[in-house]
Design a protein around this ligand. Sequence first.
Ligand code: COA
Length: 321
Amino acid sequence: MYSRIAGTGSHLPEKILTNADIEKLVDTSDEWIRTRTGISERHVVADGETTADLAEHASRKALAAAGVEPGEVDLICVATATPDLVFPNVGTLLQDRLDIHGCPAFSLEAACAGFAYALGVADKFVRLGEAKCALVVGADTLTRIVDWSDRGTCVLFADGAGAVVLKPASEPGIISTHLHADGRYKDLLQYPDGPSRGFHLMREGKAGVRMKGNEVYKIAVNKLGQLVTETLEANGITKDQIDWLIPHQANIRIIEAIAKRLDMPMERVIVTIATHGNTSAASVPLALDTGVRDGRIKRGQLLLLEAFGGGFTWGSALIRY
Ligand code: COA
């Protein structure tokens, strides 16, 4: 038994923040942001708009694409680092909005690699016969926790959600997932506060995403390079067999480095960073849904998804779409 992607969906908040808008907030320039990151604009949540709102929109589109009624869903797994509440978890909030009750619903947190983790977990449920219709979501509102006075981070992050519906299949589908983490790197990229620390920094207005960008960059390229090789080798697949690389959208230069490692021309890479920015756990499913809906990604093609985030955490999935 395997799982396969029956449908995809995504959602971006309406409000757009351009590089010119950010020039008014910090000492930066449109030129610097575009050349160093590949980002021109990003979507950000409006007042009162939350991660669960974005997750609900993306989920409803994925369910419609899969031809599935909400009532058929028997597992909800949401990857997010920016939940509406400490508890109940976003999976549970989403379950209630879809008016379905009783099935397991949870969130997991693996920062920007969250969707790879959620896909890996949900795939196991389906393979083991414990779920017949799994809703897997990556949703984040990182602009809520960014330090808007830090030009090294505030230009990068954005908000959004992406979702897939997984159903059982006799052939893959999800061929394999590969998940990794190394907590030794916890200080290089973090939001340095939380409930168990009493939210002291947040109360004093001293919280906000902290990142040593340069070091993150080098390790991301190194780990993702190893990860794509591991994914291909585990399945006896050669580089030229991959139809589409669907990378985490953190920096166009990181994306290009991994494409180069795979000898893939950029025409076979789904790139959304220019208008999406880094939407954290939403980035990969947003890119996947973009490629599916604009007709580039077709049934039967071989997809390689990869992502890297705070922790560090990193993960990939090889998928026959
Ligand atoms: N506008 C203008 N200048 C900026 C800037 C901005 N938004 N942000 C940083 N700078 C400056 C720095 O202060 C530094 O100035 P200095 O040389 O006078 O000290 C200079 O630009 C170079 O900084 P550096 O950090 O070395 O730049 P970089 O080429 O590494 O690019 C990132 C910075 C953040 C774009 C890049 O490191 C990156 O993308 N890292 C990975 C981030 C990532 O993927 N994070 C998420 C993982 S999920």
